[in-house]
Design a protein around this ligand. Structure first.
Ligand SMILES: C[S@@+](CC[C@H](N)C(=O)[O-])C[C@H]1O[C@@H](n2cnc3c(N)ncnc32)[C@H](O)[C@@H]1O
Length: 248
C-alpha cells in the first residue's frame, strides 16, 4: 500500500537490509566496487545520492572521505540510515528526487540499484536528469546502475518473468510493453506467512537514458556492464552509465 513514504514505507524499511532479495546487496563484494568507482569520480568534491535509502552505498562512501548528501522520499528508510554509525555525517533531504533541490553542487550524483525505474513516467525520468544537471559542477558526472529490460528472454505473448525463485522468496516481473511498465511482484514467507509486495517501475533502454541526458545538457562518458568496468555488450543484463556535464 502506498503512502507518503512511497513503496518503501515502515513495513518495508524495517526489513530492507535483512530481506532475502536485498541482503546480498550489502555484501562487501557487491558494495566495494561501487564505492571504488564513485570515490574515483568524486575526486575532491561531494556526492549526491538520489534514493539514498538506508545508506547501503552512502555510508561506506562517506567513510572513504567523500562528503555525501541524499534525497529520499521515505522517512522510514532515512530514519534507518540516521540510526546507523556514521549516519549523522550524511545529510538527507526528504522529497522526490525528480524535483527536490538541495544546497550546493556536487562532482558526482548517482542513482543505483534500478532506482531510476521507480519513476514511472518518462516525464519524471527526464525531470530527474534535469534536476541532477542543475546540481552538478561543470565536469561533474551522473551515474546510473539499472537493468537492461529483459524482453529478449520473454517468450512471444508472455508478460510474466520469474527473476528469483527460492524456498522463501518468489520474484516475478510483469511487463507491459505498451507503456514500458514493469511491476515487480515479491512474494516472501515472513514468520510463516506469505507477504506480497508489488512495486511499479518504468523500464528504459540505455539509448533512451542517453537522450534524457542530452535533454539535460549532459553527454555519455562511459558505459559498462558492471562496476568493475566489464564491457557492455548485447548480452549484458544491466549497465552502469556515466554522463558528464560539460566543463564550463
Ligand atoms: C531500491 S531502494 C535503493 C536504496 C539505496 N540506494 C540502495 O542502493 O540500497 C530505492 C530507494 O529510492 C527511494 N525512492 C524511490 N523513488 C523515489 C523518488 N521518486 N524520490 C525519492 N526517493 C525515492 C525509495 O524510498 C528507496 O529508499
Amino acid at each position: 500500500m502506498q503512502n507518503d513514504d512511497g513503496y518503501f514505507d515502515e513495513r518495508v524499511a524495517a526489513r530492507y537490509d535483512e530481506s532475502e532479495e536485498i541482503s546480498e546487496m550489502f555484501d562487501p563484494a557487491v558494495v566495494d566496487p561501487v564505492v571504488d568507482f564513485l570515490v574515483e569520480l568524486a575526486g575532491s568534491g561531494s556526492a549526491l545520492e538520489l534514493g539514498i535509502g538506508t545508506g547501503r552505498i552512502a555510508l561506506p562512501l562517506s567513510k572513504r572521505g567523500v562528503p555525501v548528501h541524499g534525497i529520499e522520499m521515505s522517512k522510514a528508510m532515512a530514519a534507518r540510515l540516521r540510526a546507523k554509525p556514521g549516519g549523522e555525517d550524511i545529510g538527507v533531504t526528504i522529497g522526490d528526487f525528480a524535483t527536490t533541490t538541495v544546497d550546493g553542487t556536487f562532482s558526482v550524483a548517482y542513482l543505483v540499484f534500478n532506482t531510476i525505474s521507480n519513476l514511472t513516467t518518462q516525464a519524471a525520468q527526464v525531470a530527474c536528469f534535469r534536476n541532477v544537471a542543475t546540481h552538478l559542477e561543470p565536469g561533474g558526472c551522473f551515474v546510473i546502475e539499472v537493468g537492461v529490460p529483459g524482453l529478449q528472454r520473454l517468450p512471444p505473448g508472455e508478460t510474466f518473468q520469474a527473476f528469483d525463485v527460492s524456498q522463501t522468496h518468489w520474484g516475478i516481473d510483469e511487463y507491459d510493453v505498451a507503456t514500458q511498465g514493469l511491476i515487480s511482484h515479491h512474494l516472501e514467507i515472513v514468520d510463516g506467512k506469505a507477504e506480497l509486495n508489488s512495486v511499479p517501475f518504468r523500464y528504459t533502454w540505455p539509448s533512451e537514458l542517453d537522450l534524457m541526458a542530452e535533454l539535460a545538457g549532459m553527454r555519455l562518458r562511459e558505459r559498462w556492464s558492471d562496476w568493475k568496468r566489464a564491457p557492455f555488450t548485447s548480452d549484458s543484463r544491466k549497465h552502469v552509465s556515466v554522463w558528464e556535464k560539460p566543463a564550463a
